[in-house]
Design a protein. Structure first.
Length: 117
């Protein structure tokens, strides 16, 4: 199992980024998927989750209305569209299988998101 996250970067407050997570070693179509983040000096937390069929999504209160999770089962990829970014969104972002609880112990390298003026 492997997760490769990408799309992070430095963005000003109010800006947008689109993260991608390419999974390999398993087929995501049979699994719920979740994005997590780990802010500097803090524990990793879930951010957004999507069921296997994509019909149900769930968001942490801190990102509700600003972030959108989507999946492309044909490409074995999950995306996170992040709008109206805030400095508090600064973190390393990861994905994993499972619904708000990681299914696999393995984590990818993550992608760094820094929101700063």
């Amino acid at each position: 199992v492997q997760f490769v996250e990408s799309g992070g970067g430095l963005v000003q407050p109010g800006g947008s980024l689109r993260l991608s997570c390419a999974a390999s070693g398993f087929t995501i179509s049979g699994y719920s998927m979740t994005w997590y983040r780990q802010p500097p000096g803090k524990e990793r937390e879930w951010v957004a989750a999507i069921t296997s069929g994509g019909g149900i999504t769930n968001y942490a209160d801190s990102v509700k209305g600003r972030f959108t999770i989507a999946r492309d089962n044909a490409k074995n990829t999950v995306h996170l569209q992040m709008n109206s970014l805030k400095p508090a969104d600064t973190a390393v972002y990861y994905c994993n299988a499972g619904y708000r609880t990681p299914l696999y112990d393995y984590w990818g390298q993550g992608t760094q998101v820094t929101v700063s003026s």
